[in-house]
Design a protein around this ligand. Structure first.
Ligand SMILES: CC(C)(COP(=O)(O)OP(=O)(O)OC[C@H]1O[C@@H](n2cnc3c(N)ncnc32)[C@H](O)[C@@H]1OP(=O)(O)O)[C@@H](O)C(=O)NCCC(=O)NCCS
Length: 202
């Protein structure tokens, strides 16, 4: 799905306030602490609670391997002034059950409410449509997850209906709102609002 450009861990996306860069082994403690918070994990399909170090180490290895193969682009979110300090994750991964690749994200609770995930998602969406031939991106949010719905709407995603989706880490299927963004809609938004990426480093 992703080209050679993104398949090496020197690849970085720069936004106004953030670096988006590959997760690395040194991020494990931050991920355990931040994604280990129930307020974060309970809205996600795959982050178990409690969250242990071994699970996080496995996530990092898998994310880097999948990035290397170009099957996904999973990026750590870090403040621009502190590129080593991971505060969240944003990723685009294949989803066999969906019409197109799936966008997912989380941010540590101390950083909520500052528009950071909207900034990170907008940059990832721009990279996806700029660097892959993909026609559509999908996402979903638990029906009680108003903040996530709002992030997707602010980034141009359209609501396509409600459904049940697998949440293995929550013990079964849960109701979600589904969203999609196609290339045409993204291009219109991009022409209207200008670029979301400050720079790409590779
Ligand atoms: C969802 C999440 C990623 C949002 O991150 P964030 O950086 O705080 O998001 P932003 O600040 O960019 O945008 C949040 C928007 O939701 C709004 N919002 C927040 N809580 C809300 C609520 N309870 N009801 C309605 N809107 C809400 C904010 O006001 C903001 O919209 P605005 O800019 O129009 O004011 C973060 O809360 C999180 O990590 N949650 C747990 C994991 C998760 O839900 N992941 C997504 C799975 S689908």
């Amino acid at each position: 799905m992703f080209p050679d450009l993104t398949r090496d861990d020197v690849f970085r996306l720069e936004t106004r306030r953030l670096w988006l860069r590959w997760p690395c082994a040194a991020d494990a403690a931050a991920i355990v602490a931040l994604a280990g918070d129930r307020a974060v994990s309970e809205m996600t399909a795959r982050i178990p609670h409690p969250l242990d170090r071994t699970t996080v180490d496995g996530f990092i290895v898998k994310a880097r391997w999948s990035n290397t193969e170009g099957r996904s682009l999973v990026m750590g979110i870090a403040p621009r002034g502190k590129p080593q300090s991971l505060i969240g994750i944003v990723g685009i991964e294949p989803d066999p059950g969906e019409a197109g690749p799936h966008l997912g994200y989380w941010l540590g609770t101390p950083h909520w409410g500052n528009g950071l995930v909207t900034e990170a998602v907008a940059a990832m969406v721009e990279a996806y449509f700029a660097y892959t031939p993909g026609r559509v991106l999908t996402s979903a949010a638990r029906i009680e997850n108003a903040a996530s719905r709002r992030v997707l709407q602010k980034c141009g995603f359209a609501h396509t209906g409600a459904a049940l989706a697998p949440f293995p880490a929550r013990g079964g299927d849960l109701p979600v709102d589904r969203f999609r963004l196609d290339r045409r809609a993204w291009e219109r938004r991009h022409e209207r609002q200008g670029p979301d990426l400050v720079a790409v480093h590779a």
